[in-house]
Design a protein around this ligand. Structure first.
Ligand SMILES: *Cc1c(COP(=O)(O)O)cnc(C)c1O
Length: 349
């Protein structure tokens, strides 16, 4: 590969970053809890609409600087979700072909979003084969498999470089409790929790990291018992982006102080209640995060503790218009969300 091409590719990604503003940290009122403040890091405001914009940028820079990607490399990922959308965006920026390997059952709006950014779709019938198929396509095309689940934790600069953790602490600086008692996030690749957990320890903050995990996810079971590495067949979370059937290589349990399992119905109830308060729809994993925050808030209040909690608004509700935000889909889902919505509405209003 020519160094000139590489330099130009890196420049384009850095220029995109340089043109971008930081994502907002939004304070959410807790009218019944005077001494406790709740904040949402709004990752929906990235150019591709989710926290996966950060991951895609890091994966591309990592692969470029390793000289794994050149001017004629076909870039491949196993993802039906937000990662493929963000990666398609960066591939297009660099003039590279991008193929997303997706389960055949993937919802049409997501495929549309990948195609909108110029990505191609390679559908497979058995969802478990997406990793192997992505690897095979990379071999056949002489391409590069970005492999988010392996590289998420190491592609991100966890010590700083304005990663999500450094940004949160900088934005908290003028708050009543600038060092959060808790930061709460979910785990899909595990990359975000690894970055935040490492950063907290590196900077020697007292903050604790809590990961909110769907009940039907292996991560919280693995956290409790390192021998648990895979869920039984057919056991799956309904919350997109988080909760995995296998322990992903980027999941770093050692930097997590606590995990809270959350029922899918409660995630969607919390998602709906938060949407009402914010005046705009959010995604399901944001509801999962909020549900775990509510538990921590109740515990802090019971102990008479004061302090702040920061969590993530991972993506907006637009991509879930015909699932979580469709009353017919919700009714058919069999998920019990109404009780959780009422409970969360009580906390926020
Ligand atoms: C990927 C994702 C997460 C989890 O982030 P990781 O860094 O992959 O663990 C949470 N919510 C949404 C919507 C996501 O797409």
């Amino acid at each position: 590969m020519t160094r000139a091409w590489l330099a130009e590719a890196v420049r384009r990604i850095e220029a995109d970053y340089n043109r971008s503003a930081d994502t907002h940290l939004i304070q959410v009122d807790l009218p019944h809890h005077d001494g406790i403040q709740l904040y949402l890091k709004d990752e929906s405001s990235h150019p591709t609409g989710s926290l996966k914009h950060r991951l895609a940028r890091s994966l591309f820079l990592y692969a470029l600087c390793n000289e794994w990607i050149g001017p004629d490399t076909c870039v491949i990922e196993a993802s039906s979700g937000s990662t493929a959308v963000s990666e398609a965006y960066f591939a297009k920026m660099l003039g590279l072909r991008f193929i997303a390997v997706v389960p055949a059952a993937t919802a049409a709006p997501k495929l549309d979003a990948i195609r909108f950014h110029g990505g191609e779709i390679h559908a497979v019938d058995d969802p478990r084969t997406v990793y192997d198929v992505a690897q095979r396509l990379a071999r056949e095309t002489g391409g590069h498999y970005l492999d988010q689940f392996t590289y998420a934790e190491r592609a991100t600069d966890w010590r700083g470089n304005n990663n999500i953790a450094e940004s949160i602490f900088a934005q908290m600086a003028e708050e009543e409790h600038p060092v959060p008692a808790w930061i709460v996030c979910g785990a899909g690749t595990g990359g975000t929790s690894a970055t935040i957990g490492r950063f907290i320890r590196y900077r020697r903050y007292a903050t604790q990291l809590c990961v909110a995990d769907p009940v039907n996810s292996i991560f919280h079971r693995h956290y409790a018992d390192r021998a648990a590495v895979a869920l039984p067949e057919g056991c799956a979370s309904r919350i997109e982006g988080i909760g995995r059937p296998r322990v992903e290589p980027s999941f770093v349990p050692g930097v997590i102080d606590r995990m809270i399992p959350v029922e899918d119905g409660d995630s969607l109830g919390a998602m709906r209640a938060l949407g009402q308060v914010l005046g705009r729809r959010v995604g399901g994993s944001t509801g999962t995060n909020l549900w775990a925050c509510a538990q921590l808030i109740r515990e802090m209040a019971a102990r008479g503790e004061r302090g702040s909690i920061v969590t993530l608004l991972c993506d907006g509700g637009d991509r879930y218009g015909c699932t979580y935000h469709d009353p017919a889909w919700l009714a058919e889902s069999g998920l019990a969300w109404a009780r959780g919505e009422a409970e969360m509405a009580g906390l926020l209003g």
